[in-house]
Write a protein that binds this ligand. Sequence first.
Ligand code: MF3
Ligand code: CO
Length: 248
Amino acid sequence: MIVCKSKSEIEKMRRACLLVHDILQELREAVKPGITTAELDELAERRTREGGAKPAFKGYRGYPKVLCTSVNDEIVHGIPSARELKVGDIVGLDFGVIIDGYYGDSALTVPVGEISEPVSRLLQVTQESLELAIEQVHVGNRISDIGAVVQKHVEANGFSVVRDFVGHGIGTAMHEDPPVPNYGVPGRGPLLKEGMVIAIEPMVNEGTYQVKILDDQWTAVTADGRNSAHFEHTVAVTNNGPWVLSRP
Ligand code: MF3
Ligand code: CO
């Protein structure tokens, strides 16, 4: 069941999403060679409390941290640890909060120092695919129009789109209907209606789209060990087109 949100509900989601944005920007600036992913998590947790919010991920199905930090071949759901970031790494930062019962969810992938040209192209193409996806968020389009443009752009650039994880509706729960795949043909699935809010989150791999889950039962890695990137925004469907709640 897809729950459409009122203007005032979307305003609440906007507050959650803007805090997520601010914290992600601070984390992005904190990413340096030598910092551990646990230190990033601690910073995120502190800023969440200071912002009067609750972390969305901690305790979700037993997830132990407030932040997901996915390094290099890790696609999503990497658990912050004593691992030190080093020059040439990329790190996905995926973060969410709850304010007044409403969720915000966003992610970005950040280079650690200087990264190679092909990896920087992976980040750019993934980010572009999210922007193309957002452009599809118009009343009257269908959910699969989003995945179709993502897959087309990604594959035209020689990369692959992860199938095993998808975006999602979001509101008073982090994961609501509908699922929002990053692949497929256009013109299928639910119609976009005013008041729908979705988290669009392309996960793009250099090599195969196949994934493996590590023994921690959370970390999803590429089956071939090559790099992966992830960008995510929470987006509301309005009569004037997309409203990217997680960007000022
Ligand atoms: N952005 C991710 C998602 O939408 C965050 C979930 S991580 C979890 O699924 F730990 F909370 F599961
Ligand atoms: Co999400």
